[in-house]
Design a protein around this ligand. Structure first.
Ligand SMILES: [Fe+2]
Length: 303
């Protein structure tokens, strides 16, 4: 029988729903505009089974996808799990096999080496597919309407990297999806790759670069000609993982960088100015906007 930990991340509004199903013509409070036609996709972590460790964190849960389909004043709802490799292995075993957040040392031996992704962070539609995303693993493709899972993609063998970010951007001029991955040659590696995927789903480029140190690179920015990456000292190491510490910790001794990559050049012309030190940020309690101002100054000098 399933029993979840009695902790804040598994109770109240964060209690796992574990529900897959369809509701035709949802009851609605008020009126839906009859002109509204289309779909809205939602994703949230929803642990399929109780975690291996009671102190597990919310973002270690399996991705659950919700589809809200608006059609002329009516609304239909559908919800399905993103059937990641992890989800399939655990469904077969009927229990959690994977351990702590981004720590494969805590997994059962039988699943060592499997893709640990949960596809629980973001979803968006591109090239007719729903991309269900978690930055520590490749993109999981699903059908946007049926929510059937197709599986992880390497874009027909073209993508060499192992990860795909959760916040890709769509270039309004070309329709390309702009994306990147960090730890792209394996957990804790400094290797990153920048990618563009055409409106038809073809991987057009994969440009490699190295971050000054391994860190959490959750999001990035894209301009007409550049992709901009923030390197902040939210770091990890094998020592942390062996000690059973949370994957990420904050190291105030490391500088902050902005990596500026020409989208259509190569990584040799990439620059990475140190924009403001974390130490100074803490000492002066500069607000986030100050840090962003420094970032904007760095970017502005590159048209
Ligand atoms: Fe995010």
């Amino acid at each position: 029988m399933a029993h979840y930990p009695d902790t804040p991340v598994f109770t109240g509004t964060l209690r796992p729903m574990r529900f897959e199903g369809d509701i035709h013509d949802v009851e609605v409070e008020g009126e839906l505009p009859p002109q509204l036609h289309g779909t809205y996709h939602r994703v949230h972590p929803d642990a399929q089974f109780p975690p291996r460790f009671a102190n597990d964190q919310f973002f270690n849960g399996d991705g659950m996808i919700g589809l809200f389909h608006f059609r002329g004043g009516k609304l239909d709802f559908r919800q399905r799990y993103a059937q990641t490799d992890k989800w399939k292995l655990e469904r077969q075993a009927e229990r959690a096999l994977f351990g702590a957040y981004r720590n494969p040392l805590t997994d059962e031996p039988a699943v060592q080496g499997s893709i640990r992704g949960t596809a629980n962070t973001n979803v968006l539609v591109h090239a007719g597919k729903l991309f269900a995303l978690k930055e520590d693993s490749p993109a999981l493709l699903m059908d946007p309407l049926s929510l059937d899972t197709e599986g992880y993609t390497d874009f027909g063998g073209k993508m060499q990297g192992a990860t795909f970010c959760a916040h890709p951007k769509i270039d309004p001029a070309t329709g390309n999806m702009c994306a990147f991955g960090y730890a792209a040659k394996g957990l804790l590696t400094r290797d990153c790759h920048y990618m563009e995927i055409s409106p038809s789903g073809e991987l057009l480029q994969e440009t490699w670069f190295e971050a000054p140190y391994y860190c959490m690179m959750h999001d990035f920015g894209v301009t007409q000609n550049y992709a901009v990456f923030h390197v902040v000292p939210i770091v990890s190491s094998w020592e942390r993982l062996k000690a059973g510490l949370p994957h990420f910790g904050f190291d105030t001794s490391l500088p902050v960088y902005l990596g500026v990559l020409p989208r259509h050049g190569d990584a040799h012309s990439m620059t990475a100015p140190a924009c403001i030190s974390t130490r100074r940020w803490r000492r002066t309690t500069c607000s986030r906007s100050s840090r962003m101002c420094a970032a904007r100054r760095s970017i502005r000098s590159r048209p």
